[in-house]
Design a protein around this ligand. Structure first.
Ligand code: GDP
Ligand code: MG
Length: 196
């Protein structure tokens, strides 16, 4: 994680997708309160603990150079899904802007899990002929006693939707970089398949 920049949310400020290179737009989508901004803050390196203010960079777009498996990639992470983030982005623009998606729900909120399924369908409809990398992300896995969605339900849902699955905790920083590394690997897999 060498470079970092924060810019205000504007649909003009994101360079159009370049699926052949190592410059990728990754979009966080999912219900409100599931932890998208918390995950984005960790990506931006803005927080050292849960005590930090997750809303500090809300609605923003963060660019980071990440090194995965010895190869670097420039990831632009968009946390522009929730309207209250105040950006100029519509959800339709979010559905078009991504080279890859992190569909986030909270394991403590069954409604957010159902919302994730709806979003998977919506995304498929919006980008019909494209094979877009998606990870279904069950966040807040530290809150074991409030769990409403089991690990197996998450896995089964991802299998049904033909996408990857991971449980994370932004609070404990558990599996967060595994998630970002995972999406980079999937983007490369798609790229390499196209080039072959
Ligand atoms: P967003 O609406 O999806 O952007 O959700 P936020 O990132 O704003 O998080 C909503 C609330 O959940 C905040 O109070 C966060 O502190 C909290 N939160 C986010 N991720 C986690 C997590 O992994 N574990 C716990 N316990 N709380 C979290
Ligand atoms: Mg947010």
């Amino acid at each position: 994680t060498a470079t970092e920049s924060c810019s205000s949310a504007s649909s003009d400020s994101v360079v159009s997708a370049n699926s052949a290179g190592s410059l990728y737009n990754v979009v966080l989508i999912g219900g409100s309160g599931v932890g998208k901004s918390a995950l984005a803050s960790i990506f931006a390196g803005a927080l050292d603990s849960m005590d930090g203010d997750f809303e500090c960079c809300a609605g923003q777009i963060r660019e980071q150079t990440v090194t995965v498996d010895g190869e670097s990639a420039i990831i632009t992470l968009l946390d522009t899904w929730d309207p209250q983030n105040g950006g100029s982005w519509t959800q339709e623009q979010c559905l078009q802007a991504g080279d890859a998606y992190l569909i986030v729900y909270s394991i403590t909120d069954r409604e957010s899990f159902e919302r994730a399924s709806e979003l998977r369908v919506q995304l498929r409809r919006a980008r019909q002929s494209e094979d877009i990398p998606i990870i279904l992300v069950g966040n807040k896995c530290d809150l074991v006693r409030c769990r409403e969605v089991s690990l197996n339900e998450g896995r089964a849902c991802a299998a049904m939707f033909d996408c990857k699955f991971i449980e994370t905790s932004a609070a404990m920083r558990h599996n967060v970089w595994e998630m970002f590394d995972g999406i980079v690997r999937q983007l490369r897999l798609r790229r390499d398949t196209k080039e072959a």
